[in-house]
Design a protein around this ligand. Structure first.
Ligand code: CA
Length: 228
């Protein structure tokens, strides 16, 4: 699953340049030129990262970054600020209110992509192709296999994505909404109880090696994958 990058930039030449290099790096991109449009997209589907211009026609990008940080659903969403301001004070302000990193125009596309990759690695370990292993349960994203020792476990495609998401963030409690955002992405037409259905299937798939015990239902919260 390629990472989805939302580019919020009103200067067409720069927006195009960023999108082009993101695509070359293997990312899916979406471009908007105003905060209002970015808001609409984020409300529907969480991107994996936002490249956010500081100066936008409807409101400053920095205000949008601040809004994202305040919202439980988007507080961990990586934001890379893009700006013409080279001023150190602005940089500090940007990082304080919620941008994760900062690139000043004109920037080298190579540097921009390197920064994006670093932020993605930090935020979403499952975007790497590294195999994951927890309590003897192994998930290999390259071969799409789940195994426990010599025992291969049959896991459906959705359950595989769900397991990968949760194994990348063990011990964290995820609400159904957070799982829909993280695993399904475009969840507009999906009901929360769909998550329960797939969690149930995942547990059944992990039963042969007794790893179903790792998937814990958290009362009033959602689900958590335990480390042991
Ligand atoms: Ca601008």
């Amino acid at each position: 699953m390629p990472a989805k990058i939302l580019i919020v930039e009103d200067e067409p030449a720069i927006a195009e340049l960023v999108a082009l290099h993101c695509k070359h790096a293997g990312f899916d991109t979406q471009n908007v030129a105003a905060v209002l449009d970015a808001r609409d997209i984020v409300d529907e589907t969480l991107p994996d990262l936002i490249v956010l211009d500081w100066m936008l026609p409807d409101k400053p990008g920095i205000d949008f970054a601040r809004e994202l940080r305040r919202d439980e659903r988007t507080k961990d969403l990586p934001v890379l600020m893009l700006t013409a301001r080279a001023d150190e004070d602005d940089k500090v302000l940007g990082l304080e209110v919620g941008a994760d990193d900062y690139v000043t125009k004109p920037f080298s596309p190579k540097e921009l992509i390197a920064r994006i990759k670093a932020l993605l690695r930090r935020a979403a370990p499952e975007l790497n192709d590294n195999a994951l292993e927890i309590a003897g349960l192994r998930l290999d994203p390259v071969s799409h296999r789940v195994s426990a020792g010599d025992l291969e476990l049959k896991v459906g495609p959705t359950e595989f994505r769900l397991l990968r998401f949760m194994m990348s963030r063990p011990e964290r409690v995820f609400t159904r909404q957070a799982l829909l955002d993280g695993v399904w992405g475009d969840h507009v037409f999906i009901e929360e109880r769909t998550v329960d259905v797939h969690v149930r299937r995942l547990r059944v798939a992990l039963e042969p090696s007794a790893h179903d015990r790792l998937i814990e239902t958290v009362r009033g919260g959602g689900y958590r994958l335990r480390k042991a």
